[in-house]
Design a protein around this ligand. Sequence first.
Ligand code: APR
Length: 180
Amino acid sequence: MPRIELVTGDITAEHVDVIVNAANSSLMGGGGVDGAIHRAGGPTILEECRMLRATTFRAGLPTGEAVATGAGRLAARWIVHTVGPVWPGPGPEADERRLLLAAAYRNSIGVAAGLGAASVAFPAISAGIYGWPADDAAAVALAAAAETAEPPALVRFVLFSARMHDEFRRVAERLGVEVA
Ligand code: APR
């Protein structure tokens, strides 16, 4: 199990091997974290995403999958782009999509491990524009980090508000996941 950290801040300022982007399937950028990473990282990230769309992911990156590019001007070695599910409202559809949210974390860690990354920074995937309830998004994120057997030694959740940080800390306590 990696060391799991919770911090409040802007993920584009993180000095880690991998910064994970909460992208959309187009890989062509957007708002939220996606917009921040492309703005701060510069045009090379989008250029590599265009190459991915022209080759490996011609139909776009499916929800729950993950793919790496360089990090441009950011203080990371790679960006791992992943696509979280949109919150459908409570019910069986949410249960289905929750598995995709867990896959987004698990696959991002797997891609980072494949690159030899020792440290990975995550945003709260799907908990912004995609509307996933904060407590449930936190539970999926923390469980995925706690359950991974992959080598990255550090998984850091970079939360954009004190409220989201508090939510993650409360859920970690409830789940018995040790966080720094
Ligand atoms: N650093 C860290 N966290 C951030 C940052 C940032 N710079 N900017 C936003 N966040 C937080 C949001 O407050 C939210 O808690 O990241 C979490 C995820 O929010 P979004 O970025 O909106 O991502 P998501 O909910 O997964 O929606 C993805 O939004 O940006 C578009 O192109 C993206 O269409 C995709 C959709």
